[in-house]
Design a protein around this ligand. Structure first.
Ligand code: SF4
Length: 381
């Protein structure tokens, strides 16, 4: 029997994918090993959110190569967000790779092998249509695809039957679940690497037209909360631009839904938000937070922030400081900007904020976050 070792880098979406990749291997007769030195196959599930994440993948592969030098080396399979590189680039960058496993090939419905016995991640969508200018996800995971409601509810029923009580619905943008067919993505132009220019960054408030009826994600939340045995439902990530009133009302009235709401803001400066193509302003973000606080008084918020985005001035940074102080986030994941090859920001904007300034801004934000008693709860980057 062959041994497989899965090395997972990055966020909960990758961890959830690895649970299903492991399920696929076990169904084919492999045995899991916790020690890569004993593996016959190593699957490396990669993260590309920042250069440092890719450097960790390279470091791991160099260790494997060094250890097996002169010996029979295991087969190495690459998957995850580094697949935004094409095959030729991957061969040059990571010559140790024997095979590529496209993200999503394992499929939503492959049985996941979970370590936790109470709390389970359940993927509801994959990919993203939003094209924030700094983000590699639309290139690495492709267009947004929603998993059918029946498949999600059936997995949740099975999990509840096995004793799971907490369900976390996962997607790059869970709010838009079920809308990719009726919604209109306005940002296809972002895929056109040659023709794109800064003037073309749209200033629309939402990439989707607001559905006339109940938003599909609200219907999904109701269906999941009706499953007997499920006591708590969390979801992430939510985008601020389509966090509609019906969703707020559902959180307010459905007590199974977690009161911790993760709403990535990325910057408090309208100028930077526009260059990031985030589709909202600091004012509309703060007004959304206020609306949620009014209807869900016990809501607490988490966020993601990038410091040192190209051209970020001291005044822009002060706007971010001001915003985080106003909201009083319970948890924040603060990242220093690094250009990701192929993204719009890397093509259009020079990475002109020095490493020293990025570090200073990161430290200031982190300090304020700690003063706000940020919890250590893990946040999707
Ligand atoms: S930051 Fe989130 S919403 Fe924006 S492109 Fe990336 S995954 Fe999509």
């Amino acid at each position: 029997m062959s041994n497989v070792f899965i090395k997972t880098f990055g966020c909960q979406a990758n961890k959830s994918d690895s649970e299903r990749i492991l399920g696929d291997y076990l169904s084919r007769g492999y045995r899991e090993t916790a020690d890569w030195h004993e593996a016959n196959e190593i699957v490396v599930n990669t993260c590309s959110v920042r250069q440092s994440a890719e450097d960790r993948v390279t470091g791991f592969l160099l260790n494997v190569e060094k250890y097996f030098s002169g010996k029979n080396r295991p087969k190495i399979i690459l998957t995850g967000c580094m697949l935004h590189f094409n095959e030729k680039e991957i061969k040059e960058l990571l010559p140790q790779i024997d095979e590529i496993l496209p993200v999503g090939e394992v499929g939503f419905n492959q049985k996941a092998i979970r370590k936790d016995k109470i709390s389970a991640y359940v993927p509801i969508s994959s990919g993203c249509n939003s094209f924030c200018t700094f983000c590699i996800v639309p290139f690495s995971r492709g267009r947004e695809r929603s998993r059918p409601l029946e498949d999600i509810v059936s997995e949740v029923r099975q999990l509840a039957g096995e004793g799971y009580r907490e369900i976390t619905l996962l997607g790059q943008n869970v709010n838009s679940w079920g809308l990719e067919k009726v919604g209109v993505a306005l940002r296809k132009m972002f895929m056109d690497k040659e023709k794109f220019s800064v003037e073309k960054i749209p200033s629309n408030d939402s990439q989707y037209f607001k559905p006339e009826d109940t938003p599909p994600f609200v219907t999904l939340l109701r269906a999941v909360s009706e499953v007997e045995g499920v006591e708590k439902i969390s979801f992430f990530t939510s985008n601020p631009w389509d966090f509609w009133d019906e969703l707020i009302d559902e959180i307010a009235t459905n007590l199974k839904i977690d009161r911790f709401i993760h709403l990535p803001v990325q910057s408090g400066s309208n100028r930077i938000l526009h260059l990031m193509n985030r589709g909202y302003t600091r004012e509309s973000y703060l007004s959304l937070i206020n609306k949620i606080k009014t209807k869900v008084p016990d809501a607490v918020f988490g966020t993601d922030i990038i410091v040192g985005f190209p051209g970020e001035t001291d005044a822009d940074f002060q706007d971010t400081l001001d915003l985080i102080t106003r909201v009083g986030f319970k948890a924040a994941f603060i990242a220093r900007y690094s250009p990701r090859p192929g993204t719009v920001s890397s093509r259009l904007f020079p990475d002109d904020i020095s490493a020293k300034v990025k570090k200073q801004r990161w430290e200031i934000l982190d300090q304020i976050a700690n003063k706000n008693n940020l919890s250590s709860r893990p946040i999707v980057p």
